[in-house]
Design a protein around this ligand. Structure first.
Ligand code: NAD
Length: 535
């Protein structure tokens, strides 16, 4: 089989561990002759066995023929000396994550390979610029960051060091494509794209847990149902390994000189100290007393209630709730938005206040609702950018007020998040359970906190993507590709931001920033610019 890459004929892989053997297999399957070297004979042997076993499984699953698998295996040449790598055109280093070890290897490679050879590292967290500095031709050094397991994960981050030449980047992109991977070019910055932009997914989930906003199970459930994620943040941490996830967070935090956005959480450190490292163990956090099961039972009688919904607030949220209500046969008594203003209906049995951005307007809306509605009628108000506790101080009858997470397009998910204040009545809570049920949504009661669960996690992801774009780490479309392929997110953060609207994302970040008073939540300047432009 001829290789699809014009420049590269022989690839060498250093390290026959999890990543090295996987990369060697991918390269051999793409038709390259592969030299695989490991300092440890047993590791080299195990690496070959891993490739053999993987190919065998592919034959069993009828993904390839016996002949193709045998030919690929015959193209992998195990070697026990680094000097055997001298004829390589392209080297992919995948030894332990230790800068001293990589330094020795790159210094040696620089002496034995031809001056045209490209030397790449699969490092997850070390600086490519620093690795390149150990070689004679730093312009030929690049990051080639595969994801685990390499045969299955399509993404390769091609990391451009400070001195990496355009030719080296172009050849690496071409090589990744000929290995049937999706390369995404990014700048050499801590965590590259995926390991950086994904930090808030875990970090905010841990913060929410630590603040008692919701339990592990509830956070996972909300994120999966609301955002259509395949796995919740805790399930994903469990899969990756708590220790690995903690190490990546610490490394990114340290390399960014203790930037508060990346600060690790003590819950995670304690889990590592306690040896609860992942899949085999559970988080073991009790469900909170606001368990949805209990609430669902009490919501059985929703059929009997005749609801007439009054909707006020900002578009497009008003339109989304209106069309969902009408689609589910719930009468919409009146809506008020910028386009059409109607007299508020006195006949409404539930009112929705959907303002996130203009909080003065929100106050006015709540006061108008109080004037027109009898005191018993519940008001379900977006608490995405202001707590229910604060809103309760604006109204005369706080017992009828309850909060909700509301961001444009999130309603399309299967979940509604509610938050009560200490003064919210049981009847009001029951009313919104009934409402969610009649919309065909699952729901969760979380503790009162701006952004609740999904808006806070999602907007923090978008904010981090905006910081990364601003710093020139990668373009928005590449960040989206990397996040979809590298983490299996259903959408990239930029796609999300465009659907939700940057102005709503900014409102959530500003609310978190004001509420916690922490730099961690400061909105990225690019987020502010995009919100101002209305993009
Ligand atoms: P691993 O422990 O499975 O394998 C490392 C291999 O390197 C071992 O077989 C070891 O014998 C070999 N080795 C050690 N010293 C060597 C030397 N001097 N010369 C040659 N071989 C040597 O580790 P891994 O998980 O495959 O990680 C390898 C690299 O890939 C690291 O830089 C890591 O950050 C990166 N990475 C790992 C993952 C992952 O999920 N495991 C994902 C992406 C990137």
């Amino acid at each position: 089989m001829s290789t699809a890459n014009s420049m590269v004929k022989t690839i060498s892989v250093i390290g026959a561990g999890t990543m090295g053997s996987g990369i060697a297999e991918v390269a051999a399957l793409a038709g390259f002759e592969v030299i695989m070297y490991d300092v440890n004979d047993e590791a080299l042997h195990k690496g070959m066995e891993r490739i053999r076993g993987d190919l065998k499984r592919s034959i069993e699953k009828q993904k390839m023929t016996d002949d193709d698998a045998s030919a690929a295996l015959a193209r992998v040449h195990p070697r026990a000396s680094l000097d055997d790598l001298a004829p390589s055109d392209f080297v992919i280093e995948a030894v332990l994550e230790d800068i001293e070890l990589k330094k020795k290897i790159f210094q040696h490679l620089s002496n034995i390979t031809s001056s045209n050879a490209i030397l790449s590292s699969n490092t997850s967290s070390l600086s490519i610029t620093s690795i390149a500095s150990f070689t004679k031709k730093p312009e030929n050094v690049v990051g080639m960051h595969f994801f685990n397991p390499p045969p299955l994960m399509r993404l390769v981050e091609v990391v451009r060091g400070r001195q990496t030449s355009d030719e080296t980047v172009a050849a690496t992109v071409e090589l990744a494509r000929s290995m049937k991977k999706e390369p995404v070019v990014c700048k050499d910055t801590p965590g590259f794209i995926v390991n950086r932009v994904a930090r808030p997914f875990y970090g905010e989930a841990l913060r929410l847990l630590g603040e008692g906003v919701a339990s592990v199970e509830e956070i996972d459930r909300i994120v999966k149902l609301s955002g259509d994620f395949k796995m919740g943040p805790f399930e994903l941490m469990d899969l990756i390994g708590i220790d690995v996830n903690y190490a990546v967070t610490k490394s990114v935090y340290e390399q960014f000189f203790h930037e508060p956005r990346f600060r690790p959480h003590s819950i995670q450190r304690q889990m590592v100290e306690a040896g609860t490292l992942g899949r085999k163990t559970t988080f073991n956090v009790e469900r909170s007393e606001t368990s949805c099961r209990r609430i669902l039972r009490s919501a059985q009688n929703f059929e009997m209630m005749q609801k007439k919904i009054l909707i006020v607030g900002e578009s497009p949220l008003v339109q989304e709730y209106e069309s969902l209500c009408e689609g589910k046969g719930l009468a919409v008594a009146a809506t008020v938005n910028q386009k059409k203003t109607k007299t508020l209906s006195k006949s409404a049995t539930l009112a929705l206040e959907l303002t996130n951005i203009n909080l003065e307007e929100k106050k006015r809306n709540l006061s108008r609702l109080e004037k027109v509605l009898s005191p018993k009628i519940p008001i379900l108000s977006s608490s995405t950018t202001v707590t229910v506790a604060e809103q309760a101080t604006w109204v005369k009858h706080p017992e009828r007020l309850i909060g909700m997470g509301a961001l444009p397009t999130l309603l399309a998910g299967g979940m509604m998040e509610f938050a009560a204040s200490r003064r919210t009545s049981v009847e009001t809570k029951h009313s919104v359970e009934v409402f969610a049920k009649s919309l065909g949504k699952e729901f969760a009661f979380v503790h009162d906190s701006p952004g609740l669960v999904m808006p806070r996690i999602l907007c923090s992801l978008v904010n981090e993507a905006c910081f990364a774009m601003m710093e020139g780490v990668a373009e928005g479309k590449d960040i989206d590709t990397a996040m979809r392929l590298g983490t299996n997110y259903p959408n990239g953060p930029v796609e999300w931001a465009e659907r939700i609207g940057y102005v709503h994302v900014l409102a959530v970040m500003n609310a978190l920033h004001d509420y916690f008073g922490e730099d961690r939540y400061r909105p990225a300047p690019m987020l502010q610019t995009k919100a101002l432009r209305g993009s």
